[in-house]
Design a protein around this ligand. Structure first.
Ligand code: DC
Length: 189
């Protein structure tokens, strides 16, 4: 019998999933697992090989030379690409867009499925993403879906990026959120 407790938080970009997941994990002493970071690391690996994220065949082929993993501790998650810590490098608008393209491909989703399930098999987790309650951990004890209007989510992202010193405009961020929603919500797999 599985004695671990699994809490899933799914929803679109910028709804505040990671903020809530982190707080809940801290309060309960569970591990917080940000699955978007895995998609971002895979996207970085694809870009580093000079592959166009829009080319499904090349992306699927590129996966064979990538290893994406996570180092988890109560202090937080580090995301590794071929053993390299890429946690800082995957938080750019370029990686957001590339991740959202490659996340549409079945080969990418199945490539990352085991990494996510392996972590949950040996830990109580609060895991956030897009398909955690439906596909990754369908037997989770608690499943949440968190959303907000596209304008509100864009506003949060805009503030986050400005705080980090990025010179973006609100319109740019809003447009990017709408485009990502379109891909993230209408993919076949
Ligand atoms: O949550 P995020 O912005 O870091 O996620 C980056 C991209 O990865 C996002 O555009 C959708 C994709 N993703 C996904 O398809 N499934 C997940 N479980 C997590 C993220």
């Amino acid at each position: 019998m599985n004695q671990h407790i699994h809490i899933t938080i799914d929803g679109p970009s910028g709804a505040g999933k990671s903020t809530i997941a982190r707080e809940v994990a801290k309060a309960l002493g569970f591990l917080y697992v940000d699955t978007g970071a895995l998609y971002r690391a895979a996207a970085l690996g694809v870009l580093e090989q000079g592959v166009d994220p829009k080319n499904v065949h090349e992306v699927c082929e590129a996966l064979s030379s990538l290893e994406v993993s996570m180092k988890l501790s109560p202090e937080g998650q580090r995301t590794l690409l071929n053993g390299r810590d890429v946690s800082g490098r995957i938080r750019t608008p370029e990686i957001s867009t590339a991740a959202s393209f490659i996340a549409q491909y079945a080969c990418v989703r199945s490539f990352l499925l085991d990494v996510q399930r392996d972590i949950a098999a040996s830990n109580s987790v609060v895991m956030d993403g897009r398909d955690i309650g439906t596909t990754v951990l369908p037997n989770a004890q608690v499943k949440l879906y968190l959303t907000a209007s596209a304008k509100d989510r864009a506003f949060r992202r805009y503030h986050e990026l400005r705080t980090k010193g990025e010179s973006v405009s609100f319109d740019e961020v809003y447009r990017e959120i709408l485009q990502r929603d379109e891909r993230d919500m209408n993919r076949e797999v």
